[in-house]
Write a protein that binds this ligand. Structure first.
Ligand code: MLT
Length: 312
């Protein structure tokens, strides 16, 4: 009898640990979300998913590394609105194209952001912070995770809409930026709810939300849209991407493992408790992520131009 056809590499996948590139330092919201999702997804695959923190330049260094990785199913990129949406509008010589150089795999949940100041700071509200900034242009330092990170983009949009000038201070991730906020080296920052929540209280004060509605996780904290900047709503979207050319069978196995992991309601409730916004399953598909990425790249060209956001 004919020997059974050798199993294709894609059919046998995964036969060894997988790497997910997180293009920020450990300890920030992208790193935290990625580790949690990698842990649950890896269990479904029966394989370890390792996080490779490749930081720098607002996430574009790690994204370039992912775009150039072998399309063999062992390297993926945890992407987000900054370096997979806004970056083409900000970086003239971007070494990758978020649409052409990647296979979308799955869309992860969104995270709204929180405007944070130290508990020692004199500002009790976003209105007070804006009033100070109007009298002292350029004096307020905002920490961010590099040009094109959402902490950078949201702070730039906030300043543009409020008509104030701020000074942006770049770090290798929101984790290191948060450390300097707590230490009083910078005055404020926008961080995502999952990593902001544990810090609010003793050391940090949340003075505004970028969500549409107030959040039970941040009692008494108003939304910026309802107080100082009507219509100012945003959250960071995330997605998993593979280098262009990764076999479709591997892409769908990874996506199926994630969707299976989401059936664990204890886990999804834990994410929701961190202010993370789970998406309807249809919006989490590879096709949906691909369409979302393309529309975001176009949208940010307009937003960046209107708000004069550039490589400052
Ligand atoms: C950002 O865009 O600010 C990043 O999410 C920061 C991070 O995750 O470290």
């Amino acid at each position: 009898a004919l020997a059974a056809p050798a199993m294709s590499r894609a059919q046998a996948w995964p036969t060894r640990p997988i790497s997910w590139i997180v293009p920020f330092a450990a300890g920030g919201p992208t790193d935290a979300l990625a580790r949690d999702i990698a842990d649950h997804t890896g269990r479904q695959l029966g394989q370890t998913i390792l996080i490779d923190n490749a930081a720098g330049a607002g996430g574009t260094i790690g994204s370039t590394k992912a775009a150039r990785a072998a399309p063999d199913g062992y390297t993926f990129l945890v992407g987000h609105m900054g370096y997979m949406g806004a970056a083409p509008a900000l970086y003239k010589k971007l070494a990758y194209d978020p649409v052409k150089d990647f296979e979308p795999v799955l869309r992860m949940p969104d995270t709204p952001l929180v405007l944070l100041v130290s508990t020692r700071s004199p500002y009790g509200s976003a209105a007070e912070l804006i009033a100070y900034a109007k009298q002292n242009p350029g004096k307020l330092n905002f920490g961010n995770a590099g040009v094109g990170s959402t902490s950078h983009l949201v702070a730039a949009l906030f300043a543009s809409r409020a008509g104030i000038r701020i000074t942006q201070v770049a770090y290798k991730g929101a984790g290191p930026a948060m450390n300097d906020l707590i230490a009083g080296q910078v005055d404020a920052m926008f961080d995502q709810t999952n990593t902001a929540l544990p810090q609010v209280g003793a050391r940090l004060k949340a003075i505004g939300l970028t969500s549409e509605k107030e959040m039970s996780q941040f009692p008494g904290v108003p939304t910026l849209g309802a107080t100082v900047l009507p219509g100012f709503e945003t959250s960071t979207w995330f997605g998993l991407y593979a280098p262009r050319g990764t076999p479709k069978e591997i892409v769908s196995k990874m996506s199926d493992a994630y969707l299976k992991a989401l059936e664990d309601k204890a886990w999804t409730q834990k994410m929701a408790a961190q202010g993370i916004r789970l998406l309807p399953t249809a919006d989490a598909s590879a096709t949906a992520l691909g369409q979302h990425t393309a529309s975001e790249v176009e949208r940010w060209k307009k937003v960046a131009a209107e708000a004069h956001i550039s490589l400052d």
